[in-house]
Design a protein around this ligand. Structure first.
Ligand SMILES: [Zn+2]
Ligand SMILES: [Zn+2]
Length: 274
């Protein structure tokens, strides 16, 4: 009797695995479509921010709010995750309205990109909802199976699901990552390029021999005060050994393109200090 039961059990597992594989394959197609949409929106955004600096700054504020909204992060999966994400997305939209960010746009293309960006987020919530329904259905099926057979598939199988990142949270995670790398990073935030000494944009960016980055102004001040070692790793004589060749020209160009206002402000400050 036990043998028959076990065979039935493995049939049941095979059936469930087949169903899972089918659902994942369906997701693959959708996922590819989604990634392509995000990619082309990213390309449009790239052009927009290169054409108009005003819109670039507006986009930066929008993405800053978006990151803070953490729409898909730290969600309690045992409750209704899609409901919680939708709530956070609505709050993010309210924030945009309050700050008149959309009406700040100069180019009408920016408005349409924003609309698309919101659509993408609603799509992500749909994915999340679908994923959760799948998870709940499987849990229910397994419980029923356990009750009937007296065997505990639930424990083993839920361990399998937990281990199978691709199935549970992997898809949503990878879609969120696509939004992150193909959209959000197009408009970088200046706090990612802060000088660790003055906590302001590391302009002009000087890279010491130990690869740590500071603004030229802070290094000049350090030299005057006879500080010789890197502020972060204490690499010896890293500061006096730095020459004009240590200016990170690639980053310099990147900053000019992305943070013109911050650079202007910093140069004004430097001039005032002199
Ligand atoms: Zn500095
Ligand atoms: Zn260092």
């Amino acid at each position: 009797l036990l043998k028959i039961q076990l065979e039935r059990d493995s049939d049941f597992f095979r059936f469930l695995l087949d169903e899972l594989a089918r659902a994942t394959a369906l997701h693959d197609v959708e996922q590819k479509k989604f990634s392509e949409t995000v990619q082309s929106l990213g390309d449009e955004l790239c052009q927009m921010t290169a054409t108009n600096k005003n819109d670039m700054y507006t986009w930066r504020e929008i993405f800053k709010l978006y990151i803070e909204a953490a729409i898909f992060q730290d969600i309690d999966m045992t409750k209704d995750p899609a409901k919680e994400s939708r709530k956070r997305l609505e709050k993010f939209k309210d924030n945009l309205l309050d700050r008149l960010l959309e009406s700040n746009f100069v180019l009408k293309e920016s408005k349409s990109i924003l609309k698309h960006f919101l659509v993408i987020n609603y799509k992500l919530i749909d994915f999340q909802h679908f994923q959760n329904l799948n998870r709940m259905a499987i849990t229910k099926i397994l419980k029923k199976h356990d009750k009937k057979s007296g065997l505990s598939a639930t424990e083993e199988f839920s361990a399998f699901i937990k281990g199978n990142v691709v199935f549970v949270d992997g898809i949503l995670l990878s879609l969120c990552q696509a939004v992150q790398t193909k959209l959000i990073t197009i408009v970088p935030q200046p706090d990612e390029f802060t000088c660790p000494v003055c906590f302001y944009l590391a302009w002009k960016p000087v890279r010491l021999k130990c690869t740590h980055l500071f603004c030229a102004r802070c290094l000049i001040k350090a030299k005057k005060n006879n500080i010789t070692n890197c502020f972060i790793c204490r690499s010896e004589n890293a500061i006096p050994e730095a020459t004009a060749g240590n200016l990170d020209t690639t980053l310099s160009k990147f900053m000019k393109l992305n943070f013109p206002q911050e650079i202007e402000e910093k140069e004004r400050d430097n001039a005032a200090e002199r």
